[in-house]
Design a binder for this molecule. Structure first.
Ligand SMILES: Cc1cc2nc3c(=O)[nH]c(=O)nc-3n(C[C@H](O)[C@H](O)[C@H](O)COP(=O)(O)O)c2cc1C
Length: 490
């Protein structure tokens, strides 16, 4: 289906007028700064930024930001119908596609374009590529911000792909930051380090955006591979090469792949790094020990493209894509529980945490809204969150409508549940550093989650106050008759 690799995909983006090519911006704060201003302050649709002629690097050694930063590009990438490219329309179409997806395992091939250049031994230098430093308070440059980290479960053999940031330590060492609860963290600590085993690892960047999309979201469960899901989306297998050093399947069409290994007990100071929610919250400006990746080989295409994400105060390059992905993942989980009446879901502007999720339902029985809220509240693998349940006349992606329901439809003493001591981790900006340090002494962090039932009470349904809003029929009539007055205003 569609594109065969990132370069092919970029041609389509360019033909659609959504590629902004920039010449001469530097890796030190400049590329990231341009992207941040455009994404926080700029007009829709937000473009994809391709940087070339980066000072200190050969022409053709490029970076790419904002791959999936616009609904049109999400639809085009995932092969969704492009009739509805509003936010809920994309979420609806992705929901249908994800629900009906049949996984297709990757196909082993002997060679691929990623092998055009191989660097081993003394040739290894991760700074051969124009790796950005993103924000003023970041200490280091980050090679991995729009990539996949590839690891294998040594017991069951399945292969995980996840986007966990990767910091440059020096020319042949990187640091891996996968937070507790993430598959990459569980594999590292439980499956390798706890048994004293060396972990083979690969980092692939400049991927087919379908693979990247899947690496960033939580819908692929433990034990299932994002490779298979990507094959399902594309309608054909992803081609992989057996990594010579790790035996891991590496994407044959990636721009750059690094193979390496992590040794138990080998840690290095990681961060500080400005994160997706807009704070340096891991430990403020202090560093935190994270596993070292010893680089064993680098493979890259000629004129490679390093893909990047600029995190920071939302909105930024990946808030939209994760809002779509989280919205659908929450809806699918509720339905997996057998809950009826789910109309739509929107996970607001919160990066990858799903921190303010709104679910609209058609209420069918007493306690329905609370049941939905309690189940959905456990979705986030990151930190505390709000879950708001509204009725079917409310568009969950429209905060004005959601607030209207919250402030008018329920009695607050009955509407708000605070669930203490739920899962969280050290990414939470409201937990002070001292409390986070205590996790190292074996005391896990927890945080509250809040569920707000913003639905009218079913027990007096027959007496609900009428709503003063023009009916859909009257609206249609007015739109037809007063077209000339309203066109241009709407
Ligand atoms: C640009 C970007 C950067 C991310 N960085 C990290 C990170 O550094 N550490 C982390 O644990 N999760 C990070 N995430 C979130 C994970 O990629 C996401 O939770 C994913 O579902 C993890 O895969 P898993 O479910 O297989 O563990 C990032 C997501 C995006 C989109």
């Amino acid at each position: 289906m569609g594109h065969k690799d990132l370069r092919d995909w970029l041609k389509t983006v360019e033909n659609r007028g959504q590629l902004k090519q920039v010449s001469g911006a530097g890796w030190e704060l400049e590329m990231g700064g341009i992207v941040e201003v455009a994404y926080r302050e700029g007009k829709e649709p937000k473009p994809c930024f391709l940087f070339d002629d980066i000072p200190g690097y050969p022409k053709g050694y490029r970076t790419l930001f904002g791959m999936l930063g616009a609904t049109e590009r999400i639809a085009m990438t995932l092969g969704l119908p492009e009739d509805r490219i509003d936010r809920l329309g994309i979420a609806d179409n992705w929901y249908k596609k994800a629900r009906d997806l049949r996984p297709i395992p990757p196909k082993w091939v002997d060679s691929g374009p990623v092998q055009e250049n191989t660097l081993i031994g003394d040739q290894i230098d991760v700074l051969k590529f124009p790796v950005p430093r993103f924000h003023e308070l970041d200490r280091n440059r980050y090679f991995g911000t729009a990539h996949s980290v590839i690891q294998r479960d040594p017991d069951d053999g399945w292969v995980n792909l996840g986007t966990y940031r990767v910091m440059v330590v020096d020319r042949n060492r990187l640091a891996l930051h996968a937070t507790p609860g993430k598959h990459g963290n569980i594999l590292t600590y439980e499956k390798y380090f706890a048994r004293g085993k060396v972990m083979p690892i690969a980092i692939a960047t400049g991927l087919d955006p379908v693979l990247w999309w899947l690496s960033c979201q939580t819908d692929t469960p433990w034990g299932a591979s994002e490779y298979d899901a990507a094959g399902g989306i594309k309608g054909g297998p992803i081609e992989v090469i057996k990594g010579p050093h790790t035996g891991l399947p590496i994407p044959a069409h990636a721009e750059i792949v690094i193979e390496g290994e992590c040794h138990p007990g080998e840690f290095v100071d990681e961060g500080p790094f400005g994160e997706w929610h807009g704070y340096y919250a891991n430990r403020g400006l202090a560093t935190v020990p994270e596993p070292v990746i010893r680089v064993k080989a680098i493979y890259h295409r000629n004129n490679p493209i390093l893909t990047c994400s600029q995190p920071g105060v939302p909105p930024h390059t990946f808030t939209l894509m994760l809002a779509v992905a989280d919205s659908v993942a929450i809806r699918r989980r509720l339905e997996a529980f057998g809950i009826p009446g789910i109309q739509s879901v929107w996970a607001h502007y919160t990066g990858s945490g799903g921190l303010f999720n709104v679910i609209s339902i058609k209420q069918m029985y007493s306690g329905h809204a609370k049941q939905v809220g309690l189940i959905a509240s456990q979705y986030s693998a990151e930190m505390g969150s709000y879950t708001v349940v509204v009725e079917e006349d409310i568009d969950p992606s429209n905060l004005d409508q959601v607030l209207w329901a919250m402030v008018t439809r329920s009695r607050l003493d009955r509407a708000i549940q605070i669930l203490p001591d739920c899962h969280t981790n050290n990414v939470h900006p409201a937990i002070p550093p001292a409390e986070k340090r205590s996790t190292q002494k074996g005391k896990p962090l927890t945080a509250a989650r809040v569920v707000i039932d913003a639905c009218r009470d079913l027990s007096w349904k027959d007496d609900w106050y009428p709503i003063s809003r023009i009916s859909p029929e009257l609206r249609k009539e007015i739109m037809e008759k007063w077209k000339t007055v309203l066109s241009g205003l709407l």
